[in-house]
Design a protein around this ligand. Structure first.
Ligand SMILES: [Fe+2]
Length: 146
């Protein structure tokens, strides 16, 4: 893998670490249920912004392109992960709409907390898959597979 590929991989791992912290503190808000609706809406908006920036940095920063260059057989897996970025962004839009609708009663918090945990799990799985893709690309690059 090239130096650009290694730099992109390091940056992505840093961003993943940062996102885990962002998700953990957002999770605490949905557990505590003490924020008002405007605060929750702002929280989801900033979460959405951070994630979309993260997806863009993966898509344009050489992460996927370097992995595919090192291991062309991984291009389908990479394409699926890119497609998942679109789906996750759509889910974040729906999550935001959900927060903007209704009044913050118990049912509203139940809906949002359930949706948040679903989304956080999906993001976590997505990022694990990205890390796995990167590791496989490195292995191919070293000629250590098959
Ligand atoms: Fe990622």
């Amino acid at each position: 893998m090239t130096e650009r590929g290694r730099a992109a991989a390091r940056q992505i791992q840093d961003e993943h670490r940062h996102l885990r912290q962002v998700l953990a503190s957002a999770g605490a808000v949905f557990d505590a249920r003490s924020a008002d609706r405007d605060e929750v809406v702002r929280l989801i908006e900033s979460l959405r912004r951070e994630l979309i920036e993260h997806f863009e940095s993966e898509e344009t920063g050489g992460y996927f392109s370097e992995a595919i260059a090192a291991a062309p057989r991984l291009s389908e897996r990479a394409a699926r992960l890119l497609q998942e970025h679109r789906e996750l962004a759509d889910e974040l839009d729906r999550f935001l709409s959900l927060a903007q609708e209704g009044t913050p009663d118990d049912a509203w918090w139940d809906r949002l907390a359930a949706r948040f945990h679903q989304l956080a799990e999906r993001l976590h799985a997505h990022e694990l898959a990205e890390t796995a893709l990167l590791q496989d690309a490195y292995l191919d690059d070293l000629g250590a597979t098959d």
